[in-house]
Design a protein around this ligand. Structure first.
Ligand SMILES: [Zn+2]
Length: 493
């Protein structure tokens, strides 16, 4: 029995590691079609099951990418067709009869111009890899060759490359986290932080002061890096995909709707910089500092977590702090950014019905910002209440520790303990424990605001920074703050 088991394991191991997967991508803009050619060599099995994810990490909605797949074919080296069948809406099974090289071809319709979609025209393509590439096992190294259309020159992606147009990913997790932008693109002047290069490549960018913009973006990156203290990637790319709304964070890239329009106006500039700071800070908060449910990802069913209020809400809080610390906003502007979230939360009836944890869990059905179209809005957005909770937590920790500790210490501890040492995410209980250890006291009263709809006692917390709020949610400084209140105010704003 033991012998048999060992043989079985060897066979399995051989099968896993001996396979080589290579994809070729080519484009037909006239029909908005991406052609995918997949070669799997080193096959020994009688059948090859293939799957396409139903979602892409970072966008917690079902995208049903497989609906865009057509013209699926399988063949051997000589071009002889192999039998196959579609076993579920997003899985295929090819009868390989043990032949060593299996070839698959399929088309993907690319007509959704969105950061979680695939889009193609004669000038460029933006690809969300979860909606392009099929896998058998996630732990499989993979290479990709991109065949440019017409006179397309550039490719932007977070994947490593050893020659132009060929890229490598150590497994499908990395591949699915590496969007691809290719076409006739513009590249802005790059910069280094701690010796690590940062790039900005975009499609359809308007004329703006590139040097000044990248100078400010460098300040944003430096300000974010200062919070955690180290950079966990070898290179980082901001990808501007053109006009539109939304952005998605990835391990060492972010795909953002961006044209550079309106940067000459302070209000627009703050909005754009906040957005970029948000997506950038996510490479720490959610990609590495993460809830335990967000990895390994469940590409088949989606990954539900009650902690998106931390991953998203705290990232909103930090986008404001990053800009403030980079000297790109004033203390008053920073306070007003937080007030806008408070106002949005307090003026919607959803606050009486849905807690932060429930909003996190329900995002898969409610949508990213809560449900719309109900007669009474019974949902909230963790993008509004989340940053408010981050502020209250920061104020409380600073107050309890005489301003020696802050929410920054919580983020650093989570990064060091869970991402680096334990190499996993944290549970809800562990998150609260880290907060309480940092504050040196119980925070159960504050965490009640997370899991219930209890009315928030802002005044007690705002007072720690010498602030008061009136009935119109106007927030003002008190006239004679003490030393600690002044220090806390200055540390945040
Ligand atoms: Zn976000």
């Amino acid at each position: 029995m033991r012998k048999f088991l060992l043989c079985g394991l060897c066979f399995f191991a051989q099968q896993v590691y001996a396979q080589q997967w290579h994809f070729d991508l080519s484009f037909t803009p006239a029909t908005q079609t991406v052609h995918v050619h997949l070669q799997v060599s080193g096959n020994t099995a009688d059948s090859l099951p293939l799957k396409m994810p139903v979602w892409t990490p970072g966008y917690y909605q079902f995208m049903n990418y497989a609906n865009n797949v057509t013209q699926f074919k399988a063949s051997d080296q000589q071009g002889k067709s192999l039998a196959w069948k579609q076993t579920t809406p997003n899985s295929w099974c090819v009868q390989t009869t043990g032949i060593p090289l299996v070839i698959m071809d399929y088309d993907v319709k690319a007509n959704r111009d969105f950061v979680a979609g695939n889009y193609l025209d004669s000038l460029h393509a933006f690809l969300s890899p979860a909606g392009i590439f099929m896998h058998t096992k996630i732990q499989q190294p993979v290479s990709i060759s991109i065949h440019p259309y017409d006179n397309w020159k550039q490719v932007a992606t977070g994947m490593d490359s050893d020659s132009s147009y060929t890229y490598f990913a150590p497994d499908f997790d990395v591949l699915y986290d590496s969007p691809i932008l290719t076409g006739n693109l513009d590249t802005l002047p790059s910069f280094k932080v701690k010796g690590i290069p940062h790039y900005f490549t975009g499609y359809k960018m308007v004329d703006f002061d590139h040097v000044h913009f990248m100078h400010d973006l460098k300040k944003i990156v430096e300000s974010a890096v200062d919070i955690i203290g180290e950079i966990p990637y070898k290179h980082y790319t901001f990808m501007g995909i053109g006009p539109g709304r939304g952005g998605i964070e990835h391990l060492n890239t972010t795909a953002v709707s961006f044209t550079g329009e309106g940067l000459d106006n302070q209000e627009n500039r703050i909005r754009t910089y906040s957005f970029l700071a948000h997506e950038y800070f996510h490479h720490y908060n959610v990609k590495r500092i993460r809830p335990v449910e967000l990895g390994p990802f469940d590409y088949e069913n989606g990954s539900r977590t009650a902690q998106l209020w931390i991953s998203e809400g705290f990232t909103v809080y930090y986008e404001y702090l990053i800009l403030r610390r980079a000297g790109l906003t004033t203390g008053e502007e920073c306070l007003q950014q937080l007030r806008s979230n408070l106002l949005a939360y307090e003026t919607k009836p959803g606050r009486l019905y849905q807690s932060l944890t429930q909003a996190s869990l329900d995002t898969w059905s409610d949508g990213p910002f809560g449900r719309t179209g109900d007669s009474i809005n019974k949902t909230i957005s963790y993008y509004d209440k989340g940053p408010i909770l981050a502020l209250l937590l920061d104020l409380k920790i600073r107050h309890e520790t005489g301003n020696r500790k802050s929410l920054d210490d919580v983020m650093r501890t989570l990064y060091q303990r869970y991402y680096k040492q334990l190499q996993r995410g944290f549970t809800e209980k562990e998150f609260q424990q880290v907060c309480e250890q940092t504050a040196g006291t119980s925070l159960s009263a504050l965490f009640e605001y997370v899991s219930t709809v209890k009315a928030v006692d802002y005044q007690s917390y705002f007072n720690y920074a010498g602030l008061v709020m009136d009935n119109h949610f106007e927030i003002k400084k008190i006239s004679n703050p003490d030393k600690l209140q002044t220090a806390i105010y200055k540390s945040i704003f």
